[in-house]
Write a new protein. Structure first.
Ligand code: ATP
Ligand code: MG
Length: 577
């Protein structure tokens, strides 16, 4: 579906949109004008496969793949798999799948495929007197590093001969030394005001099994050394990363200049931060490991797989990322903006069905026993092509318990004793009596209906203010409904007071499960009228919110729905109080 392509919907690049360039686009257009990269645009998205992708990564994915699409360039999905201790195949698979789901594709590459070339380049730097093997322990290195205000001191191993360095480095590679006993360091400047330039480590010894290179290597390259080389090998033009790497750029440049190899331009932008959300992979992993959530794809997680399972569409994520834009300064974005992007998209596309989450029985006393009929219901008022379906109506129905009050205030436009409302697509009904059990709980409403109001208004012009959703009791399908809400109940869960833990901010009401909600029988027919780029069935439960069918459905033997988002922002009210 062409309209689903991100270039058409998710950024300001379509030809009829006003062309306000973000600062990265500005740089690229200047470069294209001056012919700096022979007219090429080559970006990359470089995840470390040590966790699942989250909404913050989506911003970088949309930016990098989006630029490639916009400027007819390329974007590599490059796994930065340089730390075998934390990396797993499961993460590689999920990342690949999530990027495709988000609507992007590109060559899949692995930094580990360049380990041989990186090693050769390290030898070159040693030969040029620009790198040395250092025997200081991690702690000693730290002690020699100095501080922001005091210069560091040279390592006693800094002036080893080239021959000795070559020999030791070769023996490091062969596995002669234990983990952590030696490093290869760049020989730059221990007095540099930029701490990153104080002889940074290039290689460490780590006898660890790598998911792709197995036991071939027992030395692994450090990020700062490896990243620029990866970009250079792939002939990246614009190496876009987040602001924390601004201070690392001089090092990125130093390595590439020292080697005299192809030299991409590093550009930094602000990472995405959302309120009510933690985004650190370490914290997300902790939530998974401590079973605070059901897994990386728990619908409350800010991971792409969690958002997908929750029912969020890739289109709304792309719209959100485009809307947030690309900036040079860090800020926190209100998660409501993401929720609104999801609402807007689902409002346009999700078919409407009726489901009663907290059922109260209604008996229509003047409707013949044993009779039923079918009424026409509109599948999506925002999309006439979604058509209509039939909804069965009979003497016994369910409505939401919240839609009845025994002693309603004046502004309550739903049911109360003697009050009349419209049942959506059906009839006007009037409540005649509320039946109670011995404990005084309302167990059933006895109502009458007006046959003349079928599917429309009263012929005598009589008006009702409320319209309720309902489901015929005899035809209802039981469904499990999982009402998800924000995972944290404070704006900044990362901020903790003394003696507190960030996990103390978890919202205890982030999941409420309804085991047997009552769903209209033809919901599937309505759901099938929408087309999504993934296989997930999404619907609006009228007056309740947007819901997505969960993969647990098969094993539950009944439909299982996850609430994606409520119809309106219920948190704004809470925050206002
Ligand atoms: P860590 O390196 O601590 O494991 P990370 O979030 O940086 O975490 P990476 O796998 O290195 O994880 O990230 C891949 C890419 O995604 C990087 O280029 C990074 O700049 C970008 N990225 C990560 N988090 C965000 C974010 N919140 N907003 C925008 N881009 C992000
Ligand atoms: Mg990182």
């Amino acid at each position: 579906m062409a309209a689903d392509r991100p270039t058409d919907t998710a950024d300001n690049t379509s030809s009829d949109a006003p062309r306000r360039l973000n600062f990265v686009q500005q740089i690229i257009e200047d470069d294209l004008r001056t012919g700096k990269w022979e007219g090429r645009v080559a970006t990359r998205f470089p995840p470390e496969p040590n966790g699942y992708l989250h909404i913050g990564h989506a911003k970088s994915i949309c930016l990098n793949f989006g630029l490639a699409r916009q400027y007819n360039g390329t974007c590599n999905l490059r796994f930065d798999d340089t730390n075998p201790v934390k990396e797993e195949q499961e993460y590689i698979d999920s990342i690949t799948a999530d990027i495709r789901w988000l609507g992007f594709e590109g060559p899949v590459l692995f930094a580990s495929d360049y380990f041989g070339q990186m090693y050769t380049w390290a030898v070159q730097l040693i030969q040029d007197g620009k790198a040395y093997v250092c025997d200081l322990s991690a702690e000693e290195v730290r002690a020699h590093r100095g501080t922001l205000t005091a210069p560091g001191t040279d390592s006693p191993f800094r002036n080893r001969s080239v021959a000795e360095n070559l020999d030791l480095f070769e023996r490091m590679r062969r596995g002669e030394f234990p983990d952590g006993s030696r490093t290869l360091r760049a020989k730059i400047d221990m007095a540099s005001p930029n701490m990153n330039l104080r002889d940074p480590a290039m290689y460490r010894i780590l006898h660890a099994h790598h998911p792709r290179t197995g036991d071939h290597w027992c030395i692994y390259p450090m990020y700062d050394w490896a990243h620029g080389l990866e970009d250079s090998i792939e002939r990246i033009t614009h190496s876009i990363c987040t602001l924390e790497f601004e201070n690392h750029r001089p090092l990125y440049d130093w390595f590439l200049d020292a080697l005299g190899i192809y030299h991409p331009q590093q550009i930094e932008f602000a990472r995405l931060a959302l309120n009510y959300t933690v985004m650190s992979k370490r914290k997300l992993l902790e939530l998974v490991k401590t079973k605070r959530v059901s897994g990386w794809d728990d619908p409350r997680m800010p991971t792409l797989s969690g958002l997908r399972r929750r029912g969020v569409t890739p289109e709304s994520i792309r719209t959100f990322c485009a809307d947030v834009g690309v900036a040079k300064f860090n800020s926190t974005i209100d998660v409501t903006r993401l929720e609104n992007a999801v609402r807007d998209d689902l409002n346009k596309r999700a078919p409407r069905v009726m489901a009663v989450l907290n059922p109260l029985k209604v008996v229509i006393t003047n409707y013949p026993e044993g009779q039923s009929e079918e009424l026409d219901a509109v599948n999506n008022p925002e999309d006439a092509s979604a058509g209509t379906r039939r909804v069965p109506f009979a003497r016994e129905l369910f409505i939401e318990a919240e839609d009845f009050m025994e002693d309603p205030p004046r502004k309550f436009f739903r049911l109360g004793p003697g009050r009349e409302v419209r049942l959506r697509y059906a009839y006007f009904i009037t409540c005649q009596e509320a039946v109670k059990d011995a404990a005084g709980n309302i167990t059933e409403l006895r109502c009458t209906y007006d046959p003349a109001t079928r599917g429309g208004d009263a012929p005598d012009g009589r008006k009702v203010k409320g319209t309720l959703h309902w489901v015929s009791a005899a035809h209802a399908v039981d469904a499990e409904v999982r009402l998800y809400d924000r995972l944290f109940n404070v704006e900044n869960p990362d901020k903790v007071e003394e003696g507190q833990d960030w996990k103390d901010h978890l919202n205890p009401e982030s999941l409420r499960t309804i085991p047997a909600a009552k769903l209209e029988p033809n919901w599937r027919e309505a759901a099938n009228r929408a087309s999504w780029t993934d296989e997930i069935a999404r619907v609006q439960f009228e007056r309740q919110g947007y819901f997505a069918l969960d993969a647990d459905t098969a094993k539950a033997g009944r439909p299982v729905f996850n609430r994606t988002v409520t119809l309106k922002d219920t948190w704004a009210k809470i925050a206002g109080k």
